[in-house]
Write a protein that binds this ligand. Structure first.
Ligand code: SF4
Ligand code: SF4
Length: 203
């Protein structure tokens, strides 16, 4: 029983977050006032609010934090950053935790992870996001049949985007990439560097 309880808590986790997560050390400034949790527009979708996540980090609940879908729900609205009385960059910590979870082999939210990869690949290969290419690659992440099924489910949105010239019909063809920006090699070098620093990537 005692062994089970000890495996649930990792006393080194807070140190790991302070050292390896972007802005992770800023959590030390948190005074648990709950303003971020009360302000976050996604609070009702979260099992653990940012305030609670910070408490769990201090308590060493590594598995629970890194496997939580909540760390991948942040939409970067900045509300928490503007309102936090201690100027904790909550949003950056949440994104940092999501990256750290993926690097550590956790996939808290499979769909976010797949979409992130499709988005990154698009930027890496062409230097811009082509909505059609990113959506196509996202849908095809689980294979052709699953991709075709999901594409059909989303056909009304796709048709609307085509109608309003927000998407190119050619983007739907597997293998087709959007138009590359000039000096794509320079951008790729920067992205390679960012990925090596653990600040992006296609995982
Ligand atoms: S608003 Fe700031 S100080 Fe208050 S709980 Fe959130 S992070 Fe901590
Ligand atoms: S930036 Fe993220 S965590 Fe902060 S309030 Fe917005 S959605 Fe919530």
């Amino acid at each position: 029983m005692a062994q089970k309880a000890s495996s649930k808590y990792d006393p080194t986790f807070a140190k790991e977050v302070f050292e390896k997560v972007d802005s992770g050390e800023e959590i030390k400034k948190c005074m648990q006032c709950g303003v971020c949790a009360a302000s976050c527009p996604l609070a009702d979708k979260m099992e653990f609010s940012p305030r609670k996540i910070f408490t769990m980090i201090r308590a060493g609940e590594r598995q629970k934090v890194l496997a939580s879908k909540d760390i991948m729900l942040c939409t970067s609205c900045y509300t928490c950053i503007v309102r936090c009385p201690r100027k904790v960059p909550v949003m950056e910590v949440m994104h940092g935790l999501a990256h750290h979870a993926l690097r550590s082999g956790f996939v808290p939210r499979k769909e976010s992870s797949k979409f992130g990869k499709a988005f990154w690949d698009c930027i890496y290969k062409t230097g811009r996001v082509d909505e059609g290419v990113a959506a196509r690659n996202y849908y095809l992440a689980d294979g052709l049949v699953a991709g075709a099924k999901r594409g059909l489910e989303m056909k009304d949105i796709a048709l609307n985007m085509l109608k309003h010239k927000r998407m190119n019909i050619m983007s739907a063809i597997p293998g087709i990439q959007g138009k590359k920006i000039k000096n794509i090699a320079t951008l790729q070098k920067m992205l390679d560097k960012a990925e090596a620093m653990g600040k992006g990537g296609s995982k």
